[in-house]
Write a protein that binds this ligand. Structure first.
Ligand code: SF4
Ligand code: MG
Length: 329
């Protein structure tokens, strides 16, 4: 039930106080070890804020985050530093997140040094060489500067850095959105292989369902700070129950999904997170909205074992039977 409100800040004599931003609103889910959960939604839906809350890079306004049974929101600074060994982040812009003044070896080894995991320079260079090999780069690049590398190579370096401490949980925030489509597949394949080999829990944030089709075991779809639907990959791609999930599938490039989805064009833009609509927050754009949708917020409720949707009209679904979701005809 984790939430984050960014206060709008104080007003002035001539200026009203800006409204609060409800970035993440009562999100709940669990992940198991060795599982990849993709969090998907349009920009501004709160997915990056959620990723940062899960690593306590920002403090939640409400709710809890438990990692291996420990509520990290109550840890002291010293305790949190120990927890940081287990949790790592891969950022969207590999150039922005790598300091151009340092060498590849320094960048990758920094977490190793922070946690005292290498005793001397020789050990450090051995470990960096091993990590570079794991991400498909030659160890000979370690004394170079990140500026000399392409976006895809820099993302490999970012992944090596995250892997250096052997974390049990990694959050990757749109790790391939800044890359060319041809490079995206290489990086996703690399992350998928590493995830399978090392069995860390992996939260993969993306704005489109096509990107995570291969890598995700489960998918959570977010809209205006809430989870609208969550389920296994098969449930989300084959029997999506929420109209927003169906719309996102229909908007993804067909060639990058295995099959065509009926085209659903949503009305208007995503409302501002400073003015989340009453009732179902999706009602202003939903092609199926009814009267109740404007006044009553639908709970995220089970529609099939392992699948939940927040829609008044989501029907029970059993896989293998024709989709029983809301009809968009
Ligand atoms: Fe659409 Fe209503 Fe379902 Fe919301 S509750 S997704 S507005 S049908
Ligand atoms: Mg983002």
């Amino acid at each position: 039930n984790v939430g984050k409100i960014f206060p709008g800040g104080g007003g002035g004599l001539w200026r009203p106080a800006p409204p609060d931003v409800r970035a993440v609103d009562g999100v709940s889910f669990e992940m198991t070890r060795g599982e990849t959960l993709a969090v998907v939604g349009e920009s501004g839906c709160g997915k990056s804020t959620l990723g940062r809350l899960l690593l306590r890079l920002i403090e939640p306004s409400s709710g809890r985050v438990l990692i291996e049974g420990t509520d990290i929101t109550t840890l002291s600074g010293a305790e949190m530093r120990q927890m940081r060994r287990k949790v790592q982040m891969v950022f969207q812009d590999p150039y922005g997140s790598l300091s151009p003044r340092r060498t590849i070896a320094q960048l990758i080894a920094e977490p190793l040094q922070v946690f005292g995991l290498v005793k001397n320079r020789r050990q450090m260079r051995e470990r960096v060489a091993e990590l570079l090999t794991q991400v498909g780069l030659p160890p000979s690049v370690m004394d170079r500067n990140p500026r000399q590398f392409s976006g895809g190579q820099r993302q490999r370096i970012g992944i090596a850095r995250a892997l250096s401490v052997d974390p049990s949980f990694i959050v990757a925030d749109e790790p391939v959105s800044a890359l060319d489509v041809s490079i995206q597949a290489q990086i996703i394949n690399l992350m998928q292989d590493l995830q399978q080999e090392k069995q860390f829990s992996f939260l993969f944030i993306a704005h489109d369902l096509a990107v995570v089709r291969h890598i995700a075991h489960r998918v959570a779809v977010m809209y205006l700070g809430q989870v609208m639907e969550i389920g296994t990959k098969r449930q989300i791609y084959e029997v999506p129950q929420h109209p927003y999930t169906q719309a996102l599938l229909s908007a993804a490039p067909e060639a990058r999904l295995d099959r065509p989805y009926r085209r659903i064009v949503l009305k208007g833009d995503v409302p501002s997170p400073t003015a989340v609509p009453e009732g179902c927050s999706f009602h202003t754009r939903c092609p199926l909205a009814q009267g109740i949708c404007r006044v009553e917020r639908p709970p995220l409720a089970q529609v099939a074992p392992g699948q939940m949707a927040a829609c008044h009209f989501a029907a029970p679904n059993s896989l293998g039977v024709a989709a029983a979701g809301p009809s968009l005809d």
